[in-house]
Write a protein that binds this ligand. Structure first.
Ligand code: AMP
Length: 571
Protein backbone atom coordinates (compact mmCIF):
# COMPACT_ATOMS: atom_id res chain seq x y z
CA UNK A 1 0.00 0.00 0.00
CA UNK A 2 1.12 3.53 -0.76
CA UNK A 3 2.22 5.46 2.36
CA UNK A 4 0.36 8.50 1.04
CA UNK A 5 -2.94 6.80 1.94
CA UNK A 6 -1.86 6.59 5.58
CA UNK A 7 -0.56 10.17 5.48
CA UNK A 8 -4.03 11.35 4.34
CA UNK A 9 -5.65 9.53 7.26
CA UNK A 10 -3.11 10.88 9.75
CA UNK A 11 -3.94 14.36 8.57
CA UNK A 12 -7.63 13.73 9.06
CA UNK A 13 -6.98 12.32 12.53
CA UNK A 14 -4.84 15.28 13.45
CA UNK A 15 -7.86 17.54 12.97
CA UNK A 16 -10.13 15.25 15.00
CA UNK A 17 -10.47 15.78 18.74
CA UNK A 18 -13.24 13.30 19.50
CA UNK A 19 -12.13 9.78 20.36
CA UNK A 20 -15.22 8.25 18.74
CA UNK A 21 -14.74 10.07 15.47
CA UNK A 22 -11.11 8.95 15.51
CA UNK A 23 -12.11 5.31 15.89
CA UNK A 24 -14.57 5.56 13.02
CA UNK A 25 -12.03 7.20 10.70
CA UNK A 26 -9.44 4.58 11.57
CA UNK A 27 -11.91 1.70 11.19
CA UNK A 28 -12.93 2.88 7.72
CA UNK A 29 -9.27 3.03 6.76
CA UNK A 30 -8.39 -0.36 8.27
CA UNK A 31 -11.07 -1.97 6.11
CA UNK A 32 -9.07 -1.00 3.04
CA UNK A 33 -5.65 -2.04 4.35
CA UNK A 34 -4.40 -5.43 3.09
CA UNK A 35 -3.59 -8.00 5.79
CA UNK A 36 0.14 -7.83 5.06
CA UNK A 37 0.17 -4.11 5.89
CA UNK A 38 -2.16 -3.95 8.87
CA UNK A 39 0.54 -4.50 11.52
CA UNK A 40 2.68 -1.75 10.01
CA UNK A 41 -0.31 0.60 9.80
CA UNK A 42 -1.19 -0.08 13.44
CA UNK A 43 2.31 0.77 14.65
CA UNK A 44 2.66 3.84 12.45
CA UNK A 45 -0.73 5.21 13.55
CA UNK A 46 0.68 5.17 17.06
CA UNK A 47 3.80 6.92 15.81
CA UNK A 48 6.09 3.93 16.37
CA UNK A 49 7.72 1.23 14.30
CA UNK A 50 7.44 -1.64 16.78
CA UNK A 51 5.60 -2.50 19.94
CA UNK A 52 6.43 -0.33 22.93
CA UNK A 53 8.43 -3.04 24.69
CA UNK A 54 10.67 -3.69 21.68
CA UNK A 55 12.68 -0.64 22.56
CA UNK A 56 13.61 0.27 18.98
CA UNK A 57 15.50 3.56 18.94
CA UNK A 58 15.79 5.38 15.64
CA UNK A 59 18.65 7.51 16.97
CA UNK A 60 18.67 10.21 14.33
CA UNK A 61 19.94 13.53 15.66
CA UNK A 62 17.74 16.58 14.99
CA UNK A 63 20.59 18.11 13.00
CA UNK A 64 20.84 15.11 10.68
CA UNK A 65 17.09 15.24 10.12
CA UNK A 66 17.26 18.90 9.12
CA UNK A 67 20.21 18.16 6.87
CA UNK A 68 18.23 15.41 5.11
CA UNK A 69 15.33 17.81 4.61
CA UNK A 70 17.70 20.33 3.00
CA UNK A 71 19.07 17.72 0.60
CA UNK A 72 15.67 16.27 -0.32
CA UNK A 73 14.16 19.73 -0.78
CA UNK A 74 17.16 21.05 -2.72
CA UNK A 75 17.58 24.07 -0.43
CA UNK A 76 20.38 25.47 1.66
CA UNK A 77 20.85 24.44 5.25
CA UNK A 78 20.58 28.05 6.43
CA UNK A 79 17.05 28.19 4.99
CA UNK A 80 16.08 25.00 6.76
CA UNK A 81 17.44 26.34 10.05
CA UNK A 82 15.42 29.51 9.58
CA UNK A 83 12.27 27.53 8.82
CA UNK A 84 12.90 25.49 11.97
CA UNK A 85 13.13 28.64 14.06
CA UNK A 86 9.84 29.84 12.59
CA UNK A 87 7.88 26.61 12.85
CA UNK A 88 9.44 24.77 15.78
CA UNK A 89 8.43 21.41 14.27
CA UNK A 90 10.70 19.52 11.88
CA UNK A 91 7.60 17.90 10.30
CA UNK A 92 6.26 21.27 9.20
CA UNK A 93 9.73 22.26 8.02
CA UNK A 94 9.88 19.17 5.79
CA UNK A 95 6.42 19.91 4.39
CA UNK A 96 7.38 23.47 3.54
CA UNK A 97 10.77 22.53 2.11
CA UNK A 98 9.25 19.93 -0.18
CA UNK A 99 6.39 22.18 -1.30
CA UNK A 100 8.92 24.61 -2.71
CA UNK A 101 11.16 21.93 -4.16
CA UNK A 102 12.80 22.91 -7.48
CA UNK A 103 11.10 21.22 -10.42
CA UNK A 104 14.37 19.61 -11.42
CA UNK A 105 14.11 17.31 -8.39
CA UNK A 106 11.61 14.80 -9.76
CA UNK A 107 10.01 12.40 -7.28
CA UNK A 108 11.58 8.95 -7.41
CA UNK A 109 8.45 6.84 -7.48
CA UNK A 110 6.16 6.14 -4.55
CA UNK A 111 7.02 5.12 -1.01
CA UNK A 112 5.12 2.03 0.04
CA UNK A 113 4.27 1.38 3.68
CA UNK A 114 6.49 -1.67 3.68
CA UNK A 115 9.46 0.22 2.29
CA UNK A 116 9.01 3.02 4.81
CA UNK A 117 8.81 0.49 7.62
CA UNK A 118 11.87 -1.45 6.46
CA UNK A 119 13.88 1.73 6.02
CA UNK A 120 12.93 3.03 9.45
CA UNK A 121 14.08 -0.28 10.94
CA UNK A 122 17.27 -0.04 8.93
CA UNK A 123 17.85 3.44 10.37
CA UNK A 124 17.34 2.04 13.87
CA UNK A 125 19.82 -0.77 13.27
CA UNK A 126 22.77 1.41 12.20
CA UNK A 127 25.25 2.43 14.88
CA UNK A 128 28.91 3.32 15.23
CA UNK A 129 31.04 5.75 13.26
CA UNK A 130 29.37 7.33 10.27
CA UNK A 131 25.96 6.20 11.51
CA UNK A 132 24.36 9.66 11.31
CA UNK A 133 25.53 10.03 7.71
CA UNK A 134 24.12 6.64 6.70
CA UNK A 135 20.87 7.19 8.55
CA UNK A 136 20.52 10.59 6.94
CA UNK A 137 21.04 9.11 3.46
CA UNK A 138 18.25 6.61 4.01
CA UNK A 139 15.97 9.40 5.19
CA UNK A 140 16.75 11.41 2.05
CA UNK A 141 15.87 8.40 -0.11
CA UNK A 142 12.47 8.26 1.60
CA UNK A 143 11.80 11.99 1.41
CA UNK A 144 12.49 11.88 -2.32
CA UNK A 145 9.53 9.56 -2.75
CA UNK A 146 6.83 11.32 -0.73
CA UNK A 147 4.55 14.31 -1.08
CA UNK A 148 5.13 17.34 1.19
CA UNK A 149 2.35 16.10 3.45
CA UNK A 150 3.85 12.62 3.49
CA UNK A 151 7.20 14.15 4.46
CA UNK A 152 5.61 15.89 7.43
CA UNK A 153 4.49 12.52 8.82
CA UNK A 154 7.66 10.60 7.94
CA UNK A 155 9.61 13.14 9.98
CA UNK A 156 7.18 13.11 12.90
CA UNK A 157 7.19 9.32 13.07
CA UNK A 158 10.95 9.34 12.89
CA UNK A 159 11.33 11.86 15.69
CA UNK A 160 8.59 10.33 17.84
CA UNK A 161 6.47 13.49 17.67
CA UNK A 162 3.38 12.22 15.86
CA UNK A 163 0.96 12.95 18.72
CA UNK A 164 -2.34 12.56 16.94
CA UNK A 165 -3.73 11.34 20.24
CA UNK A 166 -4.55 7.74 19.33
CA UNK A 167 -3.62 5.17 21.96
CA UNK A 168 -3.39 1.39 21.78
CA UNK A 169 -7.04 1.15 22.88
CA UNK A 170 -8.13 3.47 20.04
CA UNK A 171 -6.47 1.10 17.57
CA UNK A 172 -8.06 -1.99 19.18
CA UNK A 173 -11.51 -0.35 19.00
CA UNK A 174 -11.00 0.51 15.35
CA UNK A 175 -9.78 -3.03 14.59
CA UNK A 176 -12.87 -4.52 16.24
CA UNK A 177 -15.15 -2.29 14.17
CA UNK A 178 -13.25 -2.86 10.92
CA UNK A 179 -12.86 -6.63 11.10
CA UNK A 180 -15.83 -7.85 13.12
CA UNK A 181 -18.35 -5.06 12.56
CA UNK A 182 -19.01 -4.93 16.30
CA UNK A 183 -17.20 -2.64 18.73
CA UNK A 184 -18.06 -5.00 21.59
CA UNK A 185 -15.51 -7.50 20.29
CA UNK A 186 -12.84 -5.08 21.46
CA UNK A 187 -13.13 -6.95 24.79
CA UNK A 188 -11.83 -10.11 23.12
CA UNK A 189 -9.03 -8.13 21.52
CA UNK A 190 -8.20 -6.50 24.83
CA UNK A 191 -8.01 -9.84 26.61
CA UNK A 192 -5.51 -11.01 24.01
CA UNK A 193 -3.66 -7.70 24.21
CA UNK A 194 -3.24 -8.18 27.97
CA UNK A 195 -1.31 -11.39 27.25
CA UNK A 196 0.35 -9.99 24.13
CA UNK A 197 0.59 -6.18 24.40
CA UNK A 198 1.57 -5.73 20.79
CA UNK A 199 -1.04 -4.07 18.56
CA UNK A 200 0.79 -5.21 15.44
CA UNK A 201 0.47 -8.89 16.34
CA UNK A 202 -3.16 -8.45 17.40
CA UNK A 203 -3.99 -6.62 14.14
CA UNK A 204 -2.33 -9.16 11.90
CA UNK A 205 -3.79 -12.16 13.74
CA UNK A 206 -7.26 -10.63 13.49
CA UNK A 207 -6.84 -9.84 9.79
CA UNK A 208 -5.54 -13.30 8.93
CA UNK A 209 -7.27 -15.62 11.39
CA UNK A 210 -10.26 -13.72 12.77
CA UNK A 211 -11.45 -13.80 16.38
CA UNK A 212 -10.71 -17.54 16.62
CA UNK A 213 -7.04 -16.78 16.04
CA UNK A 214 -7.17 -13.99 18.62
CA UNK A 215 -8.58 -16.32 21.26
CA UNK A 216 -5.63 -18.64 20.76
CA UNK A 217 -3.01 -16.00 21.53
CA UNK A 218 -1.00 -17.25 24.49
CA UNK A 219 2.02 -16.28 26.54
CA UNK A 220 5.22 -16.12 24.56
CA UNK A 221 8.32 -16.18 26.73
CA UNK A 222 10.37 -13.04 26.04
CA UNK A 223 7.29 -10.95 25.26
CA UNK A 224 5.99 -9.14 28.37
CA UNK A 225 2.54 -9.80 29.78
CA UNK A 226 0.53 -6.86 31.05
CA UNK A 227 0.72 -6.91 34.78
CA UNK A 228 -2.13 -7.63 37.11
CA UNK A 229 -3.10 -4.72 39.37
CA UNK A 230 -4.86 -4.45 42.71
CA UNK A 231 -8.23 -3.12 43.70
CA UNK A 232 -8.63 -1.02 46.81
CA UNK A 233 -11.21 -0.84 49.59
CA UNK A 234 -11.91 1.97 52.02
CA UNK A 235 -12.73 -0.13 55.08
CA UNK A 236 -10.79 -3.17 56.22
CA UNK A 237 -14.09 -5.03 56.80
CA UNK A 238 -14.78 -4.97 53.07
CA UNK A 239 -11.89 -7.35 52.43
CA UNK A 240 -13.58 -10.57 53.63
CA UNK A 241 -16.71 -9.54 51.72
CA UNK A 242 -14.66 -9.46 48.53
CA UNK A 243 -12.50 -12.48 49.34
CA UNK A 244 -14.47 -14.83 51.61
CA UNK A 245 -12.73 -17.59 53.61
CA UNK A 246 -9.00 -17.94 53.76
CA UNK A 247 -6.77 -15.46 51.98
CA UNK A 248 -3.08 -14.74 51.65
CA UNK A 249 -1.65 -11.47 52.94
CA UNK A 250 1.61 -10.39 51.33
CA UNK A 251 3.85 -7.47 52.15
CA UNK A 252 3.43 -4.57 49.74
CA UNK A 253 6.93 -3.40 48.91
CA UNK A 254 7.61 0.07 47.64
CA UNK A 255 9.96 -0.84 44.84
CA UNK A 256 9.86 -1.60 41.15
CA UNK A 257 7.62 -4.32 39.74
CA UNK A 258 9.56 -6.77 37.64
CA UNK A 259 8.57 -9.56 35.29
CA UNK A 260 11.48 -11.92 34.58
CA UNK A 261 11.38 -14.13 31.48
CA UNK A 262 13.76 -17.01 30.89
CA UNK A 263 13.53 -18.44 27.38
CA UNK A 264 14.53 -21.88 26.09
CA UNK A 265 18.03 -20.58 25.29
CA UNK A 266 18.48 -19.61 28.91
CA UNK A 267 18.30 -15.89 28.13
CA UNK A 268 16.79 -13.80 30.90
CA UNK A 269 14.91 -10.57 30.19
CA UNK A 270 13.48 -8.25 32.83
CA UNK A 271 10.50 -6.00 32.16
CA UNK A 272 9.18 -3.10 34.23
CA UNK A 273 5.55 -2.39 35.00
CA UNK A 274 5.49 -0.14 31.92
CA UNK A 275 6.80 -3.19 30.03
CA UNK A 276 10.13 -1.56 29.33
CA UNK A 277 13.11 -3.83 29.01
CA UNK A 278 15.15 -3.12 32.16
CA UNK A 279 17.54 -6.08 31.87
CA UNK A 280 20.62 -3.89 31.31
CA UNK A 281 20.03 -2.03 34.58
CA UNK A 282 20.17 -5.14 36.72
CA UNK A 283 22.95 -7.53 35.65
CA UNK A 284 23.26 -8.52 39.32
CA UNK A 285 19.64 -9.65 39.49
CA UNK A 286 19.82 -11.47 36.17
CA UNK A 287 22.66 -13.59 37.53
CA UNK A 288 20.84 -14.27 40.77
CA UNK A 289 17.61 -15.23 39.05
CA UNK A 290 19.55 -17.53 36.75
CA UNK A 291 21.07 -19.25 39.77
CA UNK A 292 18.13 -19.30 42.18
CA UNK A 293 15.12 -20.05 39.98
CA UNK A 294 14.79 -23.53 38.53
CA UNK A 295 13.21 -24.25 35.16
CA UNK A 296 14.11 -24.41 31.49
CA UNK A 297 11.68 -21.63 30.72
CA UNK A 298 9.70 -19.41 33.04
CA UNK A 299 7.99 -16.09 33.66
CA UNK A 300 7.98 -14.92 37.27
CA UNK A 301 7.05 -11.66 38.92
CA UNK A 302 8.34 -9.84 41.93
CA UNK A 303 9.19 -6.46 43.37
CA UNK A 304 12.74 -5.16 43.20
CA UNK A 305 13.77 -3.21 46.30
CA UNK A 306 16.97 -1.44 47.23
CA UNK A 307 18.58 -2.53 50.49
CA UNK A 308 21.45 -1.42 52.74
CA UNK A 309 24.29 -3.76 53.82
CA UNK A 310 22.09 -5.18 56.55
CA UNK A 311 19.34 -6.00 54.10
CA UNK A 312 17.04 -3.21 55.29
CA UNK A 313 14.64 -1.74 52.80
CA UNK A 314 15.66 1.64 51.30
CA UNK A 315 13.16 4.14 49.86
CA UNK A 316 11.90 3.98 46.29
CA UNK A 317 13.86 7.14 45.38
CA UNK A 318 17.12 5.34 46.21
CA UNK A 319 16.17 2.44 43.95
CA UNK A 320 15.40 4.88 41.16
CA UNK A 321 19.10 5.75 40.99
CA UNK A 322 19.54 2.32 39.43
CA UNK A 323 17.53 3.58 36.44
CA UNK A 324 20.50 4.47 34.31
CA UNK A 325 22.42 3.62 31.18
CA UNK A 326 25.91 4.34 32.47
CA UNK A 327 27.96 3.53 35.57
CA UNK A 328 25.90 0.41 36.15
CA UNK A 329 28.77 -1.44 37.86
CA UNK A 330 29.37 1.37 40.33
CA UNK A 331 25.69 1.69 41.23
CA UNK A 332 25.38 -2.08 41.54
CA UNK A 333 27.89 -1.86 44.38
CA UNK A 334 26.52 1.33 45.94
CA UNK A 335 22.85 0.36 45.79
CA UNK A 336 22.41 -3.39 46.06
CA UNK A 337 18.96 -4.72 45.27
CA UNK A 338 16.94 -7.82 45.94
CA UNK A 339 13.75 -9.20 44.47
CA UNK A 340 10.78 -10.43 46.45
CA UNK A 341 9.15 -12.96 44.14
CA UNK A 342 5.36 -13.25 44.38
CA UNK A 343 4.01 -14.94 41.25
CA UNK A 344 4.72 -17.36 38.44
CA UNK A 345 2.95 -16.88 35.11
CA UNK A 346 4.64 -19.51 32.99
CA UNK A 347 6.76 -22.52 33.76
CA UNK A 348 8.24 -25.19 31.51
CA UNK A 349 6.08 -24.84 28.43
CA UNK A 350 2.88 -24.10 30.29
CA UNK A 351 0.95 -20.96 31.09
CA UNK A 352 0.09 -20.83 34.79
CA UNK A 353 -2.10 -17.74 34.83
CA UNK A 354 -5.44 -19.56 34.78
CA UNK A 355 -4.52 -21.73 37.74
CA UNK A 356 -5.35 -20.56 41.30
CA UNK A 357 -2.91 -18.45 43.33
CA UNK A 358 -2.48 -21.33 45.76
CA UNK A 359 -1.12 -23.65 43.07
CA UNK A 360 1.01 -20.94 41.51
CA UNK A 361 2.64 -20.04 44.80
CA UNK A 362 3.16 -23.73 45.66
CA UNK A 363 5.05 -24.00 42.41
CA UNK A 364 7.08 -20.92 43.38
CA UNK A 365 8.20 -22.51 46.64
CA UNK A 366 9.50 -25.45 44.62
CA UNK A 367 11.36 -23.49 41.98
CA UNK A 368 12.81 -20.57 43.97
CA UNK A 369 15.80 -21.26 46.20
CA UNK A 370 16.23 -18.43 48.66
CA UNK A 371 19.41 -16.37 48.54
CA UNK A 372 20.46 -12.95 49.81
CA UNK A 373 19.05 -11.35 46.66
CA UNK A 374 16.17 -13.56 45.59
CA UNK A 375 13.43 -14.65 47.94
CA UNK A 376 9.69 -15.15 48.12
CA UNK A 377 7.46 -12.31 49.31
CA UNK A 378 6.75 -12.26 53.05
CA UNK A 379 3.24 -13.52 53.67
CA UNK A 380 0.74 -15.22 55.92
CA UNK A 381 -2.41 -17.19 55.12
CA UNK A 382 -5.39 -16.55 57.37
CA UNK A 383 -9.16 -16.07 57.47
CA UNK A 384 -8.96 -13.61 60.33
CA UNK A 385 -8.97 -9.90 59.64
CA UNK A 386 -7.35 -9.04 63.00
CA UNK A 387 -4.45 -11.34 62.13
CA UNK A 388 -4.20 -9.57 58.82
CA UNK A 389 -4.15 -6.22 60.62
CA UNK A 390 -1.37 -7.41 62.90
CA UNK A 391 0.71 -8.57 59.93
CA UNK A 392 -0.01 -5.25 58.26
CA UNK A 393 1.45 -3.32 61.23
CA UNK A 394 4.47 -5.64 61.31
CA UNK A 395 5.07 -4.80 57.65
CA UNK A 396 4.80 -1.07 58.36
CA UNK A 397 7.53 -1.51 61.01
CA UNK A 398 9.71 -2.97 58.25
CA UNK A 399 9.03 0.28 56.34
CA UNK A 400 6.97 -1.47 53.69
CA UNK A 401 3.96 0.30 52.17
CA UNK A 402 1.32 -2.02 53.56
CA UNK A 403 -0.07 -5.34 52.38
CA UNK A 404 -1.82 -6.93 49.44
CA UNK A 405 -4.54 -9.43 50.25
CA UNK A 406 -4.77 -12.13 47.61
CA UNK A 407 -7.48 -14.67 46.89
CA UNK A 408 -6.15 -18.22 47.20
CA UNK A 409 -8.40 -19.35 44.37
CA UNK A 410 -7.87 -16.33 42.13
CA UNK A 411 -6.27 -16.53 38.73
CA UNK A 412 -3.71 -14.05 37.47
CA UNK A 413 -5.81 -11.43 35.69
CA UNK A 414 -3.32 -9.97 33.21
CA UNK A 415 -3.67 -6.22 32.71
CA UNK A 416 -6.65 -6.07 35.02
CA UNK A 417 -7.36 -4.33 38.30
CA UNK A 418 -9.21 -7.30 39.68
CA UNK A 419 -10.71 -8.20 43.04
CA UNK A 420 -8.34 -11.16 43.42
CA UNK A 421 -5.76 -8.71 44.77
CA UNK A 422 -6.71 -5.96 47.22
CA UNK A 423 -4.19 -3.45 48.51
CA UNK A 424 -4.25 -2.04 52.01
CA UNK A 425 -1.83 0.79 52.55
CA UNK A 426 -0.78 2.92 55.48
CA UNK A 427 -2.35 6.04 53.99
CA UNK A 428 -5.75 4.41 54.39
CA UNK A 429 -5.33 4.07 58.09
CA UNK A 430 -4.04 7.46 59.01
CA UNK A 431 -6.91 9.85 58.88
CA UNK A 432 -5.99 11.38 55.55
CA UNK A 433 -7.04 10.72 52.05
CA UNK A 434 -5.24 8.32 49.76
CA UNK A 435 -2.88 9.59 47.11
CA UNK A 436 -3.87 9.74 43.46
CA UNK A 437 -1.70 9.13 40.43
CA UNK A 438 -2.71 11.79 37.90
CA UNK A 439 -1.59 12.67 34.40
CA UNK A 440 -0.34 16.14 33.47
CA UNK A 441 -2.41 17.43 30.53
CA UNK A 442 -1.68 21.13 30.70
CA UNK A 443 0.18 23.90 32.50
CA UNK A 444 -0.09 27.56 33.43
CA UNK A 445 2.98 29.81 33.29
CA UNK A 446 4.40 30.83 36.64
CA UNK A 447 4.43 34.40 37.85
CA UNK A 448 6.66 36.30 40.27
CA UNK A 449 8.99 33.84 41.99
CA UNK A 450 7.93 31.16 39.54
CA UNK A 451 8.36 33.14 36.33
CA UNK A 452 10.15 31.14 33.66
CA UNK A 453 8.77 27.84 34.96
CA UNK A 454 5.27 26.42 35.19
CA UNK A 455 3.30 27.75 38.12
CA UNK A 456 0.57 25.13 38.09
CA UNK A 457 -0.36 21.94 36.28
CA UNK A 458 -3.71 20.73 35.02
CA UNK A 459 -4.06 17.09 36.05
CA UNK A 460 -6.41 14.36 34.90
CA UNK A 461 -7.58 10.88 35.86
CA UNK A 462 -8.10 8.07 33.36
CA UNK A 463 -11.57 6.94 32.40
CA UNK A 464 -10.81 3.37 31.35
CA UNK A 465 -14.33 2.69 30.12
CA UNK A 466 -14.29 5.47 27.56
CA UNK A 467 -10.51 5.54 27.09
CA UNK A 468 -10.39 9.28 27.79
CA UNK A 469 -8.69 11.53 30.34
CA UNK A 470 -10.78 13.69 32.68
CA UNK A 471 -9.47 16.69 34.59
CA UNK A 472 -9.66 16.64 38.38
CA UNK A 473 -7.40 19.40 39.72
CA UNK A 474 -5.08 22.31 39.13
CA UNK A 475 -1.90 21.50 41.00
CA UNK A 476 0.46 24.20 42.26
CA UNK A 477 1.36 23.24 45.82
CA UNK A 478 4.18 20.97 46.89
CA UNK A 479 6.32 21.50 43.78
CA UNK A 480 9.90 21.97 44.94
CA UNK A 481 12.29 24.28 43.10
CA UNK A 482 14.06 21.21 41.77
CA UNK A 483 10.86 19.73 40.33
CA UNK A 484 9.78 23.09 38.95
CA UNK A 485 13.08 23.38 37.10
CA UNK A 486 12.89 19.81 35.84
CA UNK A 487 9.27 19.90 34.59
CA UNK A 488 9.59 22.15 31.51
CA UNK A 489 12.40 19.89 30.23
CA UNK A 490 10.48 16.71 30.90
CA UNK A 491 7.28 18.06 29.36
CA UNK A 492 8.79 19.76 26.31
CA UNK A 493 8.53 16.73 24.07
CA UNK A 494 4.84 16.29 24.82
CA UNK A 495 3.84 19.89 24.21
CA UNK A 496 0.88 20.35 21.86
CA UNK A 497 -0.59 23.42 20.23
CA UNK A 498 -4.11 22.08 20.60
CA UNK A 499 -6.22 20.28 23.17
CA UNK A 500 -5.03 16.68 23.43
CA UNK A 501 -7.34 14.18 21.76
CA UNK A 502 -9.09 11.93 24.30
CA UNK A 503 -9.23 14.73 26.89
CA UNK A 504 -12.45 15.97 28.45
CA UNK A 505 -11.94 19.49 29.72
CA UNK A 506 -14.14 22.46 30.59
CA UNK A 507 -13.44 25.87 29.06
CA UNK A 508 -12.87 27.42 32.48
CA UNK A 509 -9.89 25.16 33.09
CA UNK A 510 -8.14 25.59 29.76
CA UNK A 511 -4.41 25.96 30.44
CA UNK A 512 -1.85 28.09 28.62
CA UNK A 513 0.06 25.07 27.44
CA UNK A 514 -1.29 21.64 26.48
CA UNK A 515 0.50 18.33 26.80
CA UNK A 516 -0.11 14.93 25.43
CA UNK A 517 -1.09 12.82 28.48
CA UNK A 518 2.21 11.07 29.31
CA UNK A 519 3.69 12.18 32.61
CA UNK A 520 2.16 10.85 35.82
CA UNK A 521 2.45 12.55 39.21
CA UNK A 522 1.46 11.34 42.64
CA UNK A 523 -0.82 13.85 44.32
CA UNK A 524 -2.40 14.06 47.73
CA UNK A 525 -5.54 16.02 48.40
CA UNK A 526 -7.81 16.95 51.28
CA UNK A 527 -11.11 15.85 49.82
CA UNK A 528 -13.11 15.21 46.68
CA UNK A 529 -15.94 17.60 45.93
CA UNK A 530 -18.46 18.22 43.17
CA UNK A 531 -17.21 20.82 40.74
CA UNK A 532 -18.65 22.52 37.69
CA UNK A 533 -15.14 22.99 36.32
CA UNK A 534 -13.80 19.46 36.21
CA UNK A 535 -14.84 16.47 34.15
CA UNK A 536 -13.67 13.54 36.32
CA UNK A 537 -16.51 11.01 36.77
CA UNK A 538 -19.69 12.83 37.66
CA UNK A 539 -17.78 16.15 37.86
CA UNK A 540 -15.39 15.72 40.77
CA UNK A 541 -12.47 17.87 41.84
CA UNK A 542 -9.65 17.17 44.25
CA UNK A 543 -9.43 20.04 46.76
CA UNK A 544 -6.08 21.33 48.03
CA UNK A 545 -3.99 19.03 45.87
CA UNK A 546 -0.36 18.68 46.87
CA UNK A 547 2.41 17.29 44.66
CA UNK A 548 4.27 14.33 46.18
CA UNK A 549 6.46 12.90 43.45
CA UNK A 550 6.83 12.10 39.76
CA UNK A 551 5.67 8.57 38.99
CA UNK A 552 7.91 7.70 36.08
CA UNK A 553 7.21 4.01 36.38
CA UNK A 554 3.58 4.60 35.39
CA UNK A 555 2.05 5.18 32.01
CA UNK A 556 -0.82 7.59 31.47
CA UNK A 557 -3.26 4.70 31.19
CA UNK A 558 -2.09 3.44 34.59
CA UNK A 559 -3.19 6.61 36.37
CA UNK A 560 -5.93 6.45 39.00
CA UNK A 561 -9.21 5.88 37.20
CA UNK A 562 -12.31 8.07 37.34
CA UNK A 563 -14.20 5.05 38.69
CA UNK A 564 -11.77 4.74 41.60
CA UNK A 565 -12.10 8.45 42.34
CA UNK A 566 -15.87 8.17 42.17
CA UNK A 567 -15.71 5.30 44.71
CA UNK A 568 -13.42 7.30 46.98
CA UNK A 569 -15.76 10.28 46.81
CA UNK A 570 -18.73 8.13 47.82
CA UNK A 571 -16.94 7.18 51.00
P1 AMP B 1 -0.30 0.40 43.29
O1 AMP B 1 0.82 0.92 42.43
O2 AMP B 1 -0.50 1.17 44.57
O3 AMP B 1 -1.58 0.17 42.53
O4 AMP B 1 0.12 -1.06 43.80
C1 AMP B 1 0.45 -2.10 42.94
C2 AMP B 1 1.94 -2.32 42.93
O5 AMP B 1 2.40 -2.82 44.18
C3 AMP B 1 2.38 -3.41 41.97
O6 AMP B 1 2.47 -2.94 40.65
C4 AMP B 1 3.73 -3.81 42.51
O7 AMP B 1 4.74 -3.02 41.93
C5 AMP B 1 3.66 -3.44 43.98
N1 AMP B 1 3.79 -4.60 44.90
C6 AMP B 1 4.54 -4.61 46.01
N2 AMP B 1 4.45 -5.76 46.65
C7 AMP B 1 3.63 -6.56 45.94
C8 AMP B 1 3.14 -7.89 46.11
N3 AMP B 1 3.46 -8.63 47.16
N4 AMP B 1 2.29 -8.37 45.17
C9 AMP B 1 1.93 -7.61 44.10
N5 AMP B 1 2.36 -6.35 43.89
C10 AMP B 1 3.20 -5.83 44.80
Amino acid sequence: MDFQKLADVLEELEKTASGNAMREILAEFFKKVPAEDIAVVSYLTLGRIASDYDDVVLGLADKSVLKSIAVAGGIEMSKVDKLMQEKGDAGLVAEKALENKPRTLVPLGKLTLQELFDKLHKIASISGTGAQEQKSNILVSMLQKVSPKGAKYVIRILLGTLRIGAGDMTVLDALAIAYTGDKKNKEILEAAYNICPDVGIIAETLARKGLKGIEKIDIHVGRPIKMMLCQRVEEIEEIPEKIPGEFAVEAKYDGERMQAHKDHNGKITLFSRRLENITAQFPDLVKEIERQVAGKEFVIEGEIIAVDEKGHHLPFQTLMQRRRKYDIEKYMKDIPVLVKVFDVLYWNEKSQIHGPYKIRTQLLTKIVTKSKHVMLADKIVTDDISEMDEFFHDMLKEKYEGVIVKSLTGEYQAGTRGWNWIKWKKDYVKDMSDTLDLVIVGAYHGKGKRSGVYGALLCAAYNEKEDVFETVCKLGTGLTDEVLAELPKKLAKYRLNHTPARLKVKKEMEPEVWFEPKIVVEVMGAELTKSPFHTCGSGLALRFPRFLQLRENKKAEQATTSTEIEQMAKK
